[in-house]
Design a protein around this ligand. Structure first.
Ligand SMILES: Cc1cc2nc3c(=O)[nH]c(=O)nc-3n(C[C@H](O)[C@H](O)[C@H](O)COP(=O)(O)OP(=O)(O)OC[C@H]3O[C@@H](n4cnc5c(N)ncnc54)[C@H](O)[C@@H]3O)c2cc1C
Length: 446
């Protein structure tokens, strides 16, 4: 049996968070045939979490990680850096679901955040790499304010700590008059995603996990008791293989017509000058998610690379798992507008980097998780909260591959399969209409 991989990952624009950090540790290419106990394909949140969990469970095992791109250049290093414990609306029907389902989901997210927090401590990560800062759901218009009030009621019902902030409090935090209200919840961690991923990879490397970058897996084949994982220059044979490639699992021939591939886009300003930092005012760091899920995420950071503001909005449907570099050009003006309406005092500040990245959703928000062939495991399709669900699915795939039992693993295995998409062109037409309409409805939150 041979599985040929029919598409390699690409994401438009630079991996800006990685660029802010300067030169990275040079992980090698896979260049020689070797054997291993476990091969993990993909070095994002899922792949590195799987490697760490395997190292914990089987300290003597040979673990190889194969990443198509350079470490932290893929979506894991391109996101907005929110590791969110309480789901927002994007992928969950959390307002309608039962209390038990909500609590289970929150506890799963928290298990992932906790796993990342212990990694941050174990590998001595800088605070900017992982900070249990909490986050604010920011509302600019009346619909956003109403969403925040509903959400606050929901949190009260769940017994979750939160604080509603008025316009003055929001101005004190971010220096902008744009927002009418905010809803603070303390359980989110904010990460510098590229620094987090780099530090995690470096820590695992120190623990003997063999990480190869620029080593795309081109095929998988199985003989009696081994999988043979092929890259352009090497074949690694292993008893067990974990695919941690998110939506690219479809390029391996699995979950066909069950996964929705979406690009998300972000921009970050150049470093602000001292005068601009003073003109802006507010706190050194803050992290706002939008009160409408299709609105604009905004973060102020002040770590390596200076004080900068990040904005993230716009979604595009990409069933072929690629998008042209040109797309960035058409989305950049939307980011500029979102930035300038919020920060008129920084009108002249340009975006230094603009980029996009692929993420994967399913219609029923189910993950592509489990043993998909003998000794071949999938830790893919993270839905909206990929930093936490990626971490969790990687951790749990490692547990599944080593025959562990846990309540969370059982809960993950109990989830349904991703449901089948409508046939084309209906799926694409429906998705595009839904996304454009939802963005239009986001109004001032965009
Ligand atoms: C702009 C933007 C903002 C976002 N903001 C957030 C946020 O704030 N919070 C949040 O939770 N999520 C966010 N996300 C989503 C999040 O980044 C992803 O869901 C997350 O990275 C998924 O983790 P993963 O490990 O499953 O997959 P990935 O991070 O995509 O890692 C999979 C890896 O597999 C590699 N790969 C693929 N095919 C092969 C192959 N054939 N051989 C070898 N390697 C291969 C890829 O190169 C990639 O590095 C955002 C995404 C974007 C683009």
């Amino acid at each position: 049996m041979t599985i040929a991989v029919n598409k390699m990952p690409t994401d438009p624009g630079p991996a800006a968070w990685n660029a802010l950090l300067g030169p990275a540790k040079d992980f090698p290419l896979a260049e020689h045939a070797q054997t291993a106990d476990f091969v993990i394909v993909g070095a994002g949140f899922a792949g590195l979490a799987a490697a760490r969990r395997l190292r914990q469970l089987q300290p003597g095992a040979t673990i190889v990680v194969l990443e198509a791109r350079k470490i932290a250049e893929g979506p894991a290093g391109r996101n907005s850096g929110f590791m969110i414990d309480i789901p927002h609306k994007l992928d969950s029907r959390d307002y309608a679901d039962s209390r038990d389902a909500d609590l289970l989901r929150i506890s799963m997210n928290r298990e992932a955040i906790q796993f990342s927090q212990t990694a941050a401590a174990e590998f001595d990560m800088a605070q900017e790499a992982f900070d249990k800062s909490g986050k604010i759901n920011a509302a600019a218009g009346s619909t956003g304010v109403a969403n925040n009030q509903n959400y606050a009621e929901h949190l009260s019902n769940l017994g979750e700590t939160h604080e509603l902030l008025d316009a003055a409090a929001m101005r004190d935090i971010c220096g902008s008059n744009y927002y009418q209200s905010g809803l603070f919840s303390p359980g989110t961690a904010t990460i510098q995603p590229a620094l987090f991923i780099r530090s995690l990879a470096a820590g695992l490397d120190q623990q003997g996990v063999q990480i190869y970058q620029s080593s795309p897996v081109t095929s998988l084949s199985r003989s009696r008791d081994s999988w043979h994982v092929e890259t352009p220059k090497a074949v690694i044979s292993a008893g067990k293989v974990i695919l941690a490639v998110n939506g690219h699992i479809e390029s391996f021939g699995f979950f066909k017509r069950q996964l929705m591939h979406i690009y998300l886009y972000a921009s970050i300003t150049r470093a602000l000058t001292e005068a601009e930092i003073t003109a802006l005012g507010g706190h050194r760091n803050w992290a706002f998610t939008p009160a409408d899920p299709l609105g604009t995420t905004v973060r102020k950071i002040s770590g390596t690379g200076g004080h900068r503001i990040l904005v993230r909005n716009r979604f595009t449907w990409a069933p072929g798992r690629s998008v042209s570099e040109q797309k960035i050009k058409s989305i950049a003006p939307v980011h500029d507008r979102s930035f300038q309406t919020r920060f008129p005092q920084l009108q002249h500040v340009q975006m230094e980097h603009q980029w996009g990245g692929l993420l994967c959703l399913s219609r029923n928000s189910a993950p592509a998780f489990g043993e998909i062939d003998t000794n071949l495991y999938s830790a893919c399709c993270q839905n909206g909260l990929g930093t936490v669900m990626g971490t969790l699915s990687g951790k749990l795939a490692a547990e599944l591959a080593t025959d562990q039992n846990s309540k969370t693993l059982k809960a993950m295995l109990d989830q349904p399969q991703p449901s089948i998409l409508p046939p084309e062109p209906f799926a694409s037409i429906g998705a595009n209409v839904f996304m454009r309409w939802s963005e239009f409805r986001a109004g001032r939150e965009l």
